[in-house]
Write a protein that binds this ligand. Structure first.
Ligand SMILES: *Cc1c(COP(=O)(O)O)cnc(C)c1O
Length: 363
């Protein structure tokens, strides 16, 4: 028995905190199936909190939202594309395209004209993310998108921060580059439309970068650097139960590689959750800062030798996993605790890494 539980109220409370902090309209970013929480359910809950703008990466996700009844909402497709089939999907979904290159502009313009329509678009500036966007020195090309594409109605301009969670100087530098282009366009008499830059950490760390809108994804899940400090709740947990309890003697070993040796008679609770479910796979993939990488390398070296331990919760007790996490199980030290078969076990898993075989349940 295992399921991933998501509390609607927590998501709503996070949304309220975000909307209040932003003070401007929020694009709820629902990429990667709503960061693993389920795009459809996330959209439903967020609509209830007043969200009226969504952002996705895949053109088909824009159509999916339309099919689910989000017909009035603005939907921004955040990646630029020079592929006509994708531009067509964006136009058909009546979504806002992202235009980040002359090729993408030409493609969207032609596709929209071919459909006898005017496509909505936001111009993207690449200030260091390195994937989509005009370079800041491509001013002539940027201006052309606004002035020389009759198949498009350009209603906004934006950039994306690469280090808003850690590096204020870099973030301010990116912001300045965007603002500089906006000033140039305005000086040329162009109405740039909606200006936006801040992502989750941008919203919580820099009060002066909200512009006309923000694009927030991970903050809804509470899983951002400093999340608790901002009052955000960590959303979602994996629930399972103790299926067996046993007692083993001093010297008994645990897991592959016998990574842990019992120092004394040990009472053990077994919970049938492991790597296959996504437990304990996140930390290595989710690292950005060198000091975090160092910390985890150190923890790994010390793993099984008394430090760098992994913990789960059983019947409200924080208990330690003994030895390495298995593919399908963990063994936990419950010596001296009143823990019995069938007790509820709670494990922290980022749903981005959750096995698709595990059911998600909104409560
Ligand atoms: C993912 C993404 C966001 C949201 O980022 P969070 O830090 O999760 O809030 C915003 N804008 C773009 C372009 C993105 O790709």
């Amino acid at each position: 028995m295992k399921k991933f539980v998501i509390e609607r109220e927590k998501l709503k409370e996070n949304a309220r905190i975000i909307e209040k902090k932003a003070g401007v309209p929020v694009f709820a970013v629902l990429k990667a199936d709503g960061y693993g929480f389920g795009m459809k359910q996330m959209a439903e809950v967020l609509k209830e909190t007043g969200i009226r703008m969504f952002a996705v990466t895949e053109p088909e996700d824009a159509q999916r939202l339309r099919d689910w009844g989000y017909t009035e909402e603005d939907i921004l497709v955040m990646r630029s594309t020079a592929m006509a089939d994708e531009a067509y999907q964006v136009v058909q979904a009546n979504a806002i395209a992202t235009v980040g290159s002359p090729e993408a502009a030409q493609c969207l313009n032609e596709v929209a004209q071919g459909c006898g329509m005017q496509a909505k678009a936001h111009v993207k500036i690449d200030t260091g993310m390195g994937r989509y966007g005009f370079l800041p020195d491509q001013y002539a090309e940027i201006k052309k998108v606004y002035t020389a594409c009759p198949g498009m109605q350009v209603t906004g301009i934006y950039t994306h921060f690469h280090s808003s969670f850690a590096d204020e100087a870099a973030t301010r530098g990116q912001y300045k580059q965007l603002c500089h282009i906006i000033s140039q366009l305005e000086a040329d008499g162009i109405c740039v439309g909606m200006r936006h830059a801040a992502n989750s950490n941008g919203v919580f760390r820099y009060d002066d970068m909200m512009l006309d809108a923000v694009r927030v994804g991970s903050a809804f899940t509470g899983r951002i650097v400093g999340g608790a400090k901002y009052g955000l709740s960590r959303l979602g947990y994996l629930e399972s139960r103790v299926i067996e309890t046993r007692t083993v003697p001093k010297g008994h070993t645990f897991g592959y590689g016998a990574g842990y040796v019992a120092k004394d008679t040990t009472r053990v609770a077994v919970v049938p959750v492991g790597y296959t479910d996504g437990f304990s796979v996140e930390k290595k993939r989710d690292l950005f800062r060198p000091r975090d990488v160092m910390r985890y390398v150190k923890n790994d070296l010390e793993d099984g030798r008394g430090k760098g331990n992994i913990y789960i919760s059983i019947a409200g007790h924080r208990v330690r996993v003994l030895g390495h996490v298995g593919l399908c199980h963990v063994s936990c030290d419950v010596t001296g605790l009143d823990i019995k078969n069938g007790d509820t076990a709670i494990l922290d898993v980022n749903p981005l890494y959750l096995s698709p075989l595990v059911t998600k349940e909104y409560v």
